[in-house]
Design a protein around this ligand. Structure first.
Ligand SMILES: Cc1cc2nc3c(=O)[nH]c(=O)nc-3n(C[C@H](O)[C@H](O)[C@H](O)COP(=O)(O)OP(=O)(O)OC[C@H]3O[C@@H](n4cnc5c(N)ncnc54)[C@H](O)[C@@H]3O)c2cc1C
Ligand code: SF4
Ligand code: SF4
Ligand code: SF4
Length: 401
């Protein structure tokens, strides 16, 4: 049976919990806010199925793509709403048009990130755009299997480890399944995200009257707003605020990614899942049919096409990834090295920030708006101390010679 002794050995895909015939595995949240499987040994029948489906215990082989394309959706409105070039929406629309079902990650009513599915074109909008939080998978692998067994075409999109988990869970190839993952930097803790939103709402509910509070709710969140450009994207939070007199207004909080506290902590690897620092599915080894990503470096490789509104790269990993699907895409063939040069997460895991432990030890005692900047400043200080120490050591060594 599955027994996680080292947190880096579980990416949280949930394949084990969904395959267990005795339903004796539950996902429990740890102190950092990530889910890990816990087996009720009393009910376990030692069938080993949970081990057989685990993508960490059975990693795939590194691959090179068959073709690599720079791609954008021809529908400019959809492209603007997407994180990069809107390739996902184009693939999803083709599957819906063929009577299929699309799975992806969306916000639920509490702004938690969860996997779900849609059978309509309008439903694709919920999945559009990156959400930089680990998504909750629930029983979606079982739902994928249900639709596949009933002959429906299915597009499953998610992180490479979720795709690898699904493929192992299914345990046989399906002609009617298209899997789409992305080049993955890593996933932040859902607990940190929850705390960030709670603080955001609390900060905006403060009223000039100490006896009352404003009522605040979230109307919309975009991690990748392109109004100031795609390369310098912004995080936008739309809040609805009702004051003491019941008057309602909507405000839009917009910060460039390099200024937003949550994004800074994410991009500096302060609160990624431990498995992301030893990712088991780098180098396209998830088994996905198509991998999509931001075309960072586009201004150097394909500068004449760069309008700073977002371009994707699309790596075709599997001959079965039908070209009919990409009808609504504007594509240009490029080389693998053109994307690897500017997108190292394709092959390399993120290195944890030197203050990751410090961050989590203090998570329950400090506000995030103080803790994240403090941990990042502390890192600069530690780096400076190490640099000075090394310089002194070199100096002493040279004097001693
Ligand atoms: C956590 C995370 C890390 C990423 N790291 C990189 C990176 O290092 N380099 C890079 O080039 N690109 C990265 N991406 C992918 C990138 O942000 C875009 O999603 C990609 O360029 C495709 O954009 P698009 O315009 O075609 O589609 P979009 O409309 O942006 O498509 C979004 C797709 O991503 C899926 N998705 C969104 N959030 C999640 C989530 N939390 N978990 C699982 N699936 C999700 C949706 O289901 C949908 O399929 C990352 C995405 C996420 C969510
Ligand atoms: S060994 Fe079988 S019964 Fe036991 S936890 Fe794993 S899947 Fe469930
Ligand atoms: S990686 Fe997935 S299958 Fe393996 S133990 Fe973790 S949740 Fe279970
Ligand atoms: S970095 Fe690897 S382990 Fe982490 S979410 Fe992405 S694919 Fe999964």
């Amino acid at each position: 049976m599955i027994n996680i002794l080292d947190k880096q050995d579980c990416c949280g895909c949930s394949a084990c919990i969904q395959v267990c015939p005795k339903q004796c595995i539950t996902m429990l949240e740890d102190k950092e806010g990530f889910l890990y499987p816990q087996v009720n040994t009393y009910d376990c029948i030692d069938c080993h199925l949970c081990e057989k489906v685990c993508p960490v215990l059975h990693s795939g082989k590194p691959r090179k793509p068959l073709n690599v394309y720079a791609a954008k959706n021809k529908d400019e409105k959809i492209r603007l709403q997407s994180s990069s070039g809107g390739v996902f929406s184009s693939l999803a629309e083709a599957i819906i048009n063929a009577g299929g079902v699309v799975f992806g990650a969306k916000f639920d009513e509490e702004w938690k990130v969860v996997h779900g599915y849609t059978e309509t074109k309008d439903g694709i909008a919920d999945f559009r755009g990156s959400k930089y939080v680990q998504s909750w998978m629930g029983d979606n692998f079982s739902k994928v299997k249900y639709f596949l067994d009933n002959g429906r075409k299915v597009l499953f999109s998610g992180t490479p480890c979720q795709v690898a988990g699904l493929k192992r869970f299914l345990r046989k190839p399906y002609e009617n399944l298209l899997t789409v993952d992305f080049i993955c930097h890593g996933v932040p803790s859902p607990k940190v995200w929850r705390m960030y939103l709670k603080e955001l709402l609390e900060n905006h509910s403060v009223s000039s009257n100490p006896m009352s509070k404003k009522s605040v709710s979230i109307e919309n969140i975009s991690f990748r707003d392109k109004r100031l450009g795609w390369k310098k994207f912004s995080c936008v939070f739309m809040l609805s605020i009702s004051d003491e007199n019941g008057e309602k207004k909507t405000i839009s909080l917009s910060e460039m990614f390099s200024e937003n506290t949550y994004m800074k902590g994410f991009l500096e690897n302060l609160y990624l899942r431990p498995a992301c620092h030893h990712c088991p599915v780098k180098c396209l080894s998830s088994g996905s049919d198509i991998t999509i990503a931001d075309f960072w470096g586009m201004d150097k490789v394909l500068c004449d096409k760069d309008d700073d509104l977002g371009y994707s790269v699309m790596l075709l990993n599997n001959v079965n990834a039908s070209f009919k699907l990409i009808a609504k895409l504007d594509i240009t063939e490029i080389g693998y090295e053109d994307i690897l040069r500017y997108n190292s997460p394709l092959e390399k895991s993120a290195v944890p920030d030197i203050n990751r432990n410090y961050f989590f030890i203090n998570l329950d005692n400090k506000s995030l708006s103080l803790l994240i900047p403090h941990a990042l400043r502390r890192r600069h200080l530690l780096k400076l101390i190490y640099r000075i120490r090394n310089k002194i050591k070199t100096l002493i060594d040279s004097v001693g010679k």
